[in-house]
Design a protein around this ligand. Structure first.
Ligand SMILES: *[C@@H]1O[C@H](CO)[C@@H](O)[C@H](O)[C@H]1NC(C)=O
Length: 508
């Protein structure tokens, strides 16, 4: 990992390449079939209904799903029904669910005005997340962070409606802290409270007061949840690149990793809490700012999550000090910079190693777009060394990524299921790949599902709107269930995309 990613390399040949690419990139010919962003927006939100856990409401539009996991939490004496399955399995992981809810909320806060008739469905998608997060945080000093045993679950290929795997509920508490996951949960509740502020003031206040409680718990009892729940959450949402806040050190520094990552978690928590603090202050409270002492650690770490918070926080005028870091991060993801963790495929897709690449594509694109709007409103540009990036450049880069997802790419494949002429047929998703309960009412057991997993046939249930992990670094895509890194959809790929599509549907 580069220790200095935010300082622009003072290196003449590289800078020349950067100038060149800054000029070139927006002009790059995009094999432009005009995309139907409205349709894609509709689908991207519909996807969340297919990921629902718990008792489905009468207005459920995704009909191949049924009620599932109606006893979640019962073994711990609590109600943890509801929420989202994070991906193609049937575990409810709290960390991605909180991130998903946060990003859906930010999508609405920033771009809800562009959503038209889809807005009400986007709000429902947030509420499906927050209703669950409120249950998971109902007991002071405890946050339930996972329901389901990933090893037991991943050993089976079963519909959620048939699940007979372990549904253990895992929690963090005073003696088993997890300030990272609690911080993300607080951020989700806080962001959602903005979404509901005028739409449902009572619900909004509940979300905000819970956010503050959860944040204070996280702040007082610090630690990484992957230490407290290592055997449960690793290797699933443990220490990999991305929103998980994992911060991987070079091999030679391996023995200092845990301290470093713990520091990172604390800092992330503080940064995440900024949104909470901002909101609270707007409502006249005296909640104090967290210290800024961790910024130097953040600077050294290329982490989407923290930088994301920095970028979002950059919106507040009084965060000038953060703007510098946010600028540096934005510069570091522009094409033409040889960055160890963000590359571009030959077809122009942002690529980070580690699987489910589209999560990086959509999160980073959201940042680019959100930041371009901020910079544009502030009448500024992003200084990158001796050059600067205009808001339009950032917007075009985000649009290029979205267009790639929707089919403007070397293999002409839309990576959103149901959109375009060609899209993935064999996604790594249990419910989508097994016959629906309606088509096949009889129970399909753990191993009886294997024949569907291994089948060369397309999935019987088209999971409309699901965006899969996507192609590898050479723009190639296998469309095969066993290749889960490429063919599995996740809620955290779609959540930032909702905001992007809303914006582009209104502006193109
Ligand atoms: C990319 O995927 C294609 C098709 O599945 C495969 O042939 C190729 O080896 C992969 N390349 C890399 C670098 O993973």
């Amino acid at each position: 990992m580069a220790r200095n990613i935010h300082s622009f390399p003072e290196n003449a040949p590289l800078l020349r390449a950067v100038f060149f690419l800054f000029l070139l990139f927006p002009l790059r010919p995009i094999s432009a079939s005009q995309n139907d962003y409205h349709r894609a927006l509709h689908m991207s939100i519909l996807f969340f209904e297919g990921q629902r856990s718990g008792r489905l409401p009468p207005d459920q539009r995704v009909k191949w799903r049924r009620d599932s996991a109606l006893h979640d939490g019962a073994t711990s004496g609590v109600d943890l029904t509801g929420g989202y399955y994070d991906a193609g399995d049937n575990v409810k992981f709290g960390f991605p669910m909180a991130f998903t809810t946060t990003m859906l909320s930010w999508s609405i806060i920033d771009f809800g005005k562009n959503m038209g008739p889809e807005l009400k469905y986007a709000i429902k998608a947030v509420k499906w997340g927050t209703d669950y997060l409120l249950k998971a945080t109902a007991k002071p000093g405890v946050v339930y962070v996972q329901v389901g045993d990933a090893f037991s679950d991943h050993n089976c290929w079963e519909r959620p409606e048939d699940m007979d795997t372990l549904r253990t509920a895992y929690k963090i508490d005073v003696s088993h802290p997890g300030s990272d996951v609690a911080g993300e949960t607080a951020a989700a509740l806080a962001a959602a409270s903005i979404v509901f502020r005028s739409r449902d003031p009572r619900y909004s206040r509940l979300l905000l007061s819970r956010a503050i409680e959860v944040f204070e718990f996280a702040d007082r009892h610090r630690g990484a949840y992957s230490s407290s729940l290592h055997h449960v959450v690793c290797p699933f949402y443990c220490d990999v690149n991305g929103y998980q806040r994992g911060c991987t050190r070079p091999q030679e520094d391996a023995n200092t990793e845990s301290t470093y990552c713990e520091t990172r978690s604390y800092c992330t928590l503080e940064i995440q809490s900024m949104s909470l603090v901002g909101i609270t202050n707007m409502q006249g409270s005296t909640f104090s700012f967290p210290s800024h002492c961790c910024m130097h650690v953040l600077k050294a770490c290329n982490d989407d999550g923290s930088s994301h918070a920095e970028v979002l926080m950059g919106k507040a005028d009084y965060f000038e000090s953060f703007k510098q870091n946010a600028d540096g991060f934005i510069c570091s993801i522009l094409p033409g910079i040889s960055h160890p963790q963000v590359q571009y495929s030959p077809g122009g897709l942002i690529f980070k190693a580690g699987g489910s690449n589209m999560q990086h594509v959509t999160s980073l694109s959201f940042l680019l777009l959100a930041y371009s709007n901020y910079v544009s409103h502030a009448n500024k540009v992003v200084p990158c060394g001796s050059r600067s990036a205009s808001p339009n450049l950032l917007r075009q880069l985000a649009k290029h990524q979205v267009d790639y997802i929707l089919g403007d790419n070397p293999v002409g494949m839309s990576y959103m299921v149901g959109y375009g002429a060609r899209y993935p047929q064999r996604i790594h998703h249990r419910g989508s790949s097994l016959p629906s309960v309606q088509a096949h009412p009889a129970h399909i057991g753990c191993k009886a599902g294997s024949q569907y997993f291994l089948s060369p046939n397309p999935n019987p249930n088209v999971h409309v709107g699901a965006v899969v992990g996507g192609p590898n670094v050479t723009d190639a895509f296998p469309d095969s269930r066993p290749y889960f890194q490429e063919s599995e959809p996740t809620t955290y790929i779609n959540a930032p995309l909702v905001g992007l599509l809303a914006y582009f549907s209104a502006h193109y």
